[in-house]
Design a binder for this molecule. Structure first.
Ligand code: HEC
Ligand code: HEC
Length: 252
């Protein structure tokens, strides 16, 4: 899957170069001292680490299932080490979209840490329950992750109807953002990038309908390990408008 995308997006390497020169590359520990690293940027990097620290940090994948992953859970192996696997795309854990289905764990969400001291989150990431070593998630990366947990969470239930999965956004406004930003890579109809290996297809329209929480998280923070934009500089409502439009794009 990854391979075909890299080929398709070969031209993008050029676009990434200026960032690389400034030390701002996916997986890089820190920007050059002469570059002001904004909180917006750090929080969105933290959001990518939350999504998939292995891809975001180009780290080795653990082989065993996470010791705190419940025995009754349906996932196994490296996937169970992603923060989102236990705490959800909506950060609500068992109180959110993962209250049922193949990703159910019964584990709580992270709302209690919104607005908290980031050091608390760093300590939790290193505690016995979590067991993330600095070799997996470095201190610098843990700090970004902690900034995301304390400053980057939003209440997705305000923007996505849990029952219908519909985004509460303005489709026309969203189309304007989508067509001028996202379509450069995903195509005007969202079918330029196939997330699955052909002949299977999964487009942005599919993901946005099936998992609007994941899509909103990625719209806000970007896609780990891939040069994709993060829209966190826009208002949450703008981001939700984009989500609403992507829910209208073709699924095949
Ligand atoms: C395999 C499951 C699992 C994974 C993966 C996981 N956690 Fe947790 N997490 C837990 C459990 C279980 C608790 C509750 C511990 C308790 O109540 O004592 C918890 C609690 C927390 C809390 C405290 C929530 C509160 O309100 O007290 C934070 C913050 C947290 N996790 C952050 C993270 C971050 C960041 C990651 C990714 C690096 C992560 N977790 C990955 C299982 C997991
Ligand atoms: C610079 C190119 C680029 C731009 C601009 C871009 N994307 Fe992406 N996007 C990608 C690539 C590459 C992937 C990764 C595909 C993969 O991993 O299979 C991706 C993945 C995604 C995914 C994840 C799908 C999944 O299941 O993992 C979503 C959702 C997404 N993009 C939405 C958007 C939205 C919405 C916008 C506009 C705000 C946008 N993207 C802009 C390149 C881009």
């Amino acid at each position: 899957m990854q391979k075909s995308i890299r080929v398709k997006l070969a031209g993008l390497a050029v676009a990434v170069l200026p960032f690389a020169a400034a030390g701002i590359v996916p997986g890089a520990a820190q920007a050059d001292d002469s570059i002001m690293e904004t909180e917006l940027f750090t929080v969105s990097r933290g959001g990518q680490i939350y999504d998939n620290w292995m891809s975001a940090l180009e780290a080795d994948k653990p082989k065993k299932t996470h010791p705190s992953y419940p025995a009754a859970g349906k996932q196994k192996g490296a996937a169970t080490w992603r923060c989102k696997e236990c705490h959800g795309w909506d950060y609500k854990g068992a109180d959110g979209a993962y209250a049922k289905g193949s990703h159910f764990t019964g584990i709580k969400g992270l709302k209690g840490l919104a607005g908290a001291d980031p050091d608390k989150v760093v300590a939790i990431v290193r505690d016995k329950t979590h067991g993330y070593t600095p070799a997996m998630i470095s201190d610098t990366a843990a700090r970004k992750l902690a900034l995301f947990v304390t400053k980057g969470q939003i209440d997705m239930d305000r923007y996505i109807d849990r029952a219908t999965k519909k985004a509460k956004g303005d489709i026309r406004r969203g189309a304007g953002f989508y067509q001028t930003i996202c379509s450069i890579c995903h195509g005007v109809d969202g079918r330029t990038i196939n997330f699955k290996e052909a002949p299977k297809v999964e487009y942005i329209g599919t993901v946005a309908r099936d998992n609007p929480w994941e899509t909103l998280h990625k719209i806000r923070n970007g896609q780990p390990g891939i040069p994709m934009v993060a829209m966190s500089a826009l208002s949450v409502q703008d981001q939700v408008d984009i989500l609403a439009y992507t829910q209208t794009l073709p699924v095949e």
